[in-house]
Each structure stands twice: as structure tokens, then as C-alpha cells.
Ligand binder design. Sequence first.
Ligand code: AMP
Length: 426
Amino acid sequence: MENFENLGLCKALNTSLNKMGFKKPTPIQAQAIPLIIEGRDLLGSASTGTGKTGAFAIPVIDKIISTDDECALIITPTRELAKQVVSVVRDLLGQSSQIKASCLIGGEAISKQLSQLKRKPRIIIGTPGRIYDHLERGSLGLKNVNHLVLDETDRMLDMGFGIQIDQILKFMPQEKQTLMFSATFPKNIITLSKKYLKNPERISVDKENTLSKNIKHEIINTDNSKKYELLIEQLEKREGSILVFAKTKHSTEKIAKNLKKDGIKAGALNGDLRQSKRDKIMRSFREKKIRVLIATDIASRGLDVPHLKHVINYDLPQVAEDYIHRIGRTARAGESGEAICFVSPSEGHLWLNIDMLMNPNAKHQYAPRKNTSSRSRRRKAGSSNGKSFSDKPKRKSNAGSSKKTIRSSDAKPKKRFYAAKKKSKK
Ligand code: AMP
């Protein structure tokens, strides 16, 4: 498929695509759009950043524009992703469109959403909790929904939205088109798809659980007490916008605060912040007013910041799948990017899980770590789980099959790195 015109999309949509600079469909769009237009249910997977939003939004909007009454509901796991999808949907509809799209997410004034709903939007995008709130209040009806999109379904289930999705679906007609997208396909997704999809077409761009080939990987073995110093070192030697993933809400705040004290424009993003604050920080990051964003996994799914060059895993995720989503924030839409992982001895097992997920056919083995600091030696001797890890894994793992470097950090903790200092006291 050479370009969008061959797809027979409506004129208004072709005009919007031109304006957005989308000349030809990405591979996932080329596969999904004709099937969705045909009316098929879909179970889709694609590497992050491949144009997945357009893959469902373009054909669904085409149907909505071409009819007087068709409606769509798009459910996403996070508020940020919902906002991003709303923005793509509005761009696709075009400024002069009479068709309204509403965003129903938690953390925002319900009154504003109620007045939006009174204007009878034909496309609703939102997170499960707030959508369900509106259904319970009676301010939202879903009887006329013809198209349901479940975006990042694996994440929604991970976040415990399974029951709410079931409840929301009870408000919808049996007869509808359902499109389910998921980066990974664990058993619970397959079960859900059997329950809700009718004879779905399964499409997949790239092998499951693989990443953009344009990501260069670097693994740095270090100690928890040296991570902050190492972060500074990495920020200094890299250019462009950087997303840093930390384990807890508290640590995102702490690292951001320390970076600011060290003269680096940084902000923290986590689920404890008010929605208005979350929006403000995301806006500053998108507009390059802050260079470094420290986030929890709230930012690991679907976020699209085209100028994001590096993803640093300050702490590894507890769930290996999240790693794929995290580093998929870079190298989007054919760009290149870098993923850096700080791996402390206590995180060796997490790294092993990630490596096994990304390279299922390889031999996975870590040799005992030779560590120079006395603190590490103590930890090694008394290692709680009996595991210790080498500076050089025996097998050079090839995460994502792209270029990868493994090294040890020799960064020394500085006095003023509170986060690191406090941790080391434990
Ligand atoms: P997504 O995976 O939907 O988040 O999209 C990733 C990036 O690809 C976004 O910046 C989109 O604007 C861009 N994109 C999506 N579809 C196309 C297309 N057909 N041509 C060019 N860029 C696209």
C-alpha cells in the first residue's frame, strides 16, 4: 500500500492526514485499516511507536464521518495516554468538524465533562474508572456505541481494570466492532479476547515482545548508592530530552528535587500528583522547558514525545513487560534512541527476567559479580536470595537485538546526594 489515498478514506480525513504530515500508512496501519473498514474485530500487536493510534483511529473516524449516528468508545489505561489519543483524534477530525470527541479521565473536574457530554460527542476517549463513574451517574450512555477500542489492554489488566472493563462492556450493545490492542499477549489477554472478540483477525507488526531495532542499549552494573551520581554522569554526557524511570512516587520526587538543586531542569511525574500538575509537567517536557522527566511506570505506556532521545532505567521495573514499554518511549516513528539500565546487585533477577523475555531462545546465566566496594562485598556475602551477579554477564545478552554495551559504574557517591545516602543507611 503506497499511500492513504488507495484506502478510499473520506476526503476530510485525507485532508487531515496531509496536514499531519502522514504521507503513507505505517505497517500496522497498512494491516489494520482495511480490516477495520471491512468491519472485522481485531486483536493487534505492534512495537511501540509504530503508529498504533492511527491504526485504529483513522478507520474508526472514517466510519463515523461517513455516517450520521455511529459512535466509538476508546478506553486507555492512563490519563496521559487518553489525552494523547484525544489529540490525535481531534487532529484527524479536523478543526471544522461538527463531530465532537470527549475525554473522560479521573483527576479532572466532572462538571466540565458533564457539559462536554451534553454536546453529544460521538467519540469518547477515557480511562476505565471515570467512564464507569459516568455510566453509574447516568451521564453517559453506551447503547449507540458501534466501535469499541481497548488500547494497551495488557496494561489495563495489570493495573487491575479487568473488572471495570467487564462492567463497562455490560452497558454496550452485543452488536459492535471490538478492536483490542496489546503489546504483549499473556494468558489473561487471550482469555479476554475470546470473551469479547468475534472471530478476530490477529495482526502483529514485529514479533511479540520485540523492540525497535533503532534502540541502542547500555547496561551499567552499579550499586544503589552510586545510582544518583551515575545519573548525573549520564545526563552530562548525553544531549536532548531524557526520561528516567524510578521505582516509587517518592523517589521520582526526590531525584527531581536533587537534580534541580544540581542545576538540571527536571520534573517528576507520578500518580500522586493532581491531574493539572501532571498535565503541566508533561507540557513542559513536550515543549522542552524541562530536559529530564523522572517518572514511575505511569509514563511507560503509549507516551509519544518525538524528541525523546534517551530512556534511563534508574530502577528496573518489577514486571519485565514494563521494560519494553518504558524503552519504547524512545526511537519512535523510525527515529533512533538509547536505553540505559542501571542494574544493582539486588536487581540482577529483574534484569534476568527482562533478558529472558526479550531473548527467549538464548541461554540466560549470570556469573558471580566481582565488586570492589566493601559494602558490596558485605552484601554479596550476606546476599538474601543467595544470588550475586557479575560485572560481565557470561553471555552477552542482546536485548532488542540492537547494539548493546554492558559495563560497570565507577561513579563515587557525592556528599549531597540525599537519595543515595539515605538508601545506603538501610
Ligand atoms: P503511536 O505509535 O500511535 O504513538 O505513533 C508514534 C508516532 O508516529 C507519532 O508521533 C505519530 O504522530 C507518528 N505517526 C503515526 N502514523 C504515522 C504515519 N502514517 N506517518 C508518519 N508518522 C506517523
